[in-house]
Design a protein around this ligand. Structure first.
Ligand code: SF4
Ligand code: SF4
Length: 547
């Protein structure tokens, strides 16, 4: 689909190349130093190619290729060659990751920068790029003891059309230093990567905390407590003489995408009704084909709301037909079962013996509605009553487990005591039965991290998680035996790493079909400070507490 033609209202131009600005879109952005490609040279190429605003794609592609080639030849002062300036820019890209955008890949070349981001609603691409450029220009000029223009005023952006386009762009970004003769392999270049793979840690002081602060010059960007940069958590494991490596894979957790009928405050996926990222049938077919070659016994479907995926029923039917898959889990938000159009979903799930793990953060209406939205408590109760009528929570073959998570910046209380309270309250007031309660710690990422930050609680919460580190929880962490994949088939150690973009790599990003299921044991697990969320207190996993 060419969005230039189907959505002309979303395209606009700043006089050089057309831009596409759309919330939740994945965008590849390139911006460069002001002296990297002379303006009159670009004007000459434009004339030669006959390219005008909004005109044919071929001329635009050729124009971009000429610019890229010229950039890679390393013209101009190339200030980004200097480690302190590259650190500065890398820190700026990382700083608002997960808040204004999701950083998917980046590469800082000597005279230009490539970034791949998923935009967040309320943060237009132009504002994001302006914030990066404005802050780094002032800080870099200060470090260089110079004044004047630093960045070229324009930037290029490309809207990512599909999975193939995405893979090509990531490949291009990672390989740019190799292509330009600056590194032998992408891993050798210190200023590129995907979150969690940054080669160089940014310095630690003086980074602005809002776009307004970008007007203040000075300071080196920092990423205080950046949960993706390996450091404290790895050192804590080391200190306790512990290692964290994979065992044989028992569970395949498939994140079907970000589409959801709710927008909960604690959501680590940033899911919502407007999200477009969902798993497609071709990806499902590749997962099914891969699963056939394994003896994985459990498939755990999460989201978003998996039931909203157009091919959800197709996927369930095909999974059920795989003889080695004994358990299929649907992580259900309950309210979807009473949404118009989904009235027969509970029956479908029961008919296929799907185990349900349902979010229910409290048995008190006010707490549930505060965390998940007005009316969610009543809809959840109705959803559970429908499931009970079908035998869920009552027949041995129809498992119904509930998930509790705190509605504030604290750790879950004792899971067993809480389960007793839940069972008593839900039975007494609503005649509801369920099997187990899983108490899960809120992870300091995505929407919950923003909530913590906006309420001035992020640092205290991180300190609480760190101070509650429990070495006994490490042995049972879910990343040892669960493989997590995203809606495009990307592979991660867990759903949290997935939301932080910590995709497995082997010189290039890896997808499920690149993985040999028999060769995963003892593989290293990608860690960050968010892992403290899994080891705090009694530990936390998708199956509740760990110890
Ligand atoms: S927490 Fe679950 S139900 Fe709530 S928005 Fe996120 S995916 Fe949807
Ligand atoms: S967040 Fe938890 S499950 Fe994921 S890698 Fe870290 S410790 Fe393992």
């Amino acid at each position: 689909m060419n969005l230039h033609h189907t959505h002309p209202e979303l395209w606009h131009s700043r006089g050089f190349v057309p831009h596409f600005d759309k919330p939740d879109a994945i965008q590849a952005v390139t911006f460069r130093l002001h002296d990297s490609v002379p303006v009159d040279l670009i004007a000459r190429w434009r004339e030669e190619l006959g390219w005008k605003e909004g005109s044919n794609d071929e001329a635009l592609i050729e124009l971009r290729q000429r610019i890229s080639k010229y950039e890679d030849a390393g013209h101009g002062e190339c200030w980004l060659k200097r480690p302190e300036i590259a650190d500065l820019v890398q820190g700026a890209l990382l700083h608002f990751d997960d808040e204004r955008y999701r950083l998917l890949a980046w590469c800082i070349m000597p005279n230009h920068v490539h970034v791949l981001i998923e935009c967040r609603e309320d943060w237009p691409l132009a504002d994001i790029v302006q914030a990066w450029k404005s802050f780094t220009a002032k800080a870099a000029n200060k470090l260089l003891n110079r004044t004047g223009t630093f960045w070229f005023r324009e930037y290029h952006d490309r809207f990512i059309r599909d999975e193939k386009h995405f893979a090509n762009v990531v490949e291009y970004i990672n390989n740019n230093p190799v292509k330009a003769g600056l590194a032998r392999s992408p891993e050798k270049w210190p200023y590129s990567g995907t979150p969690g793979t940054a080669g160089i840690l940014p310095a630690s002081e003086g980074f602005p905390t809002s776009s307004g602060d970008f007007d203040e010059a000075g300071g080196t960007p920092a990423v205080p407590g950046d949960p993706r940069v390996p450091g404290d958590f790895s050192r804590t494991l080391q200190f306790h003489g512990l290692t964290l490596r994979r065992r044989s894979t028992q569970i395949l957790q498939v994140n079907t995408g970000k589409l959801c009928n709710l927008t909960c405050m604690h959501c680590h996926v940033n899911a919502g009704p407007k999200r477009k990222e969902i798993i497609t049938r071709p990806v499902m077919d590749r997962i099914l084909a891969w699963l056939e070659t394994t003896d994985i016994h459990t498939v755990d479907l999460t989201g978003g709301a998996p039931e909203m995926i157009p091919d959800f029923r197709y996927f369930i039917e095909k999974l059920r037909a795989l003889p080695q898959v004994k358990t299929i889990i649907d992580r259900c938000n309950l309210t979807i079962l009473v949404e118009p159009g989904y009235e027969d979903m509970a029956e479908f799930l029961a008919g296929h013996r799907i185990a349900i793990v349902a979010s229910m953060p409290c048995y008190e209406p006010a707490n549930v509605n505060a965390q998940r939205g007005e009316g969610v408590f009543d809809a959840s109760i109705r959803g559970m009553q429908i499931l009970n009528q079908l035998g869920y929570g009552r027949l041995p073959s129809l498992q119904l487990d509930l998930v509790y998570n705190p509605n504030g910046a604290f750790l879950p209380p004792d899971q067993r005591e809480l389960e007793t309270d839940y069972k008593r309250e839900l039975k007494e007031h609503f005649d509801i039965d369920f099997n187990r309660l899983f108490a899960i710690t809120n992870m300091p990422i995505a929407r919950y991290k923003s909530w913590l930050k906006n309420n001035g609680k992020l640092e205290d919460y991180m300190a609480l998680l760190r101070n509650s580190f429990n070495p006994a929880a490490v042995d049972g962490l879910m990343c040892r035996d669960t493989l997590s994949i995203g809606w495009m088939g990307e592979v991660y150690d867990c759903d949290f790493n997935q939301q932080l973009g910590m995709q497995w790599r082997n010189g290039r990003p890896l997808f499920l079909w690149d993985i040999d299921p028999s060769g995963l044991e003892n593989r290293e697990i990608a860690l960050g400070d968010h892992c403290f969320g899994c080891t705090a207190g009694r530990g936390s996993s998708c199956q509740g507490t760990v110890v």
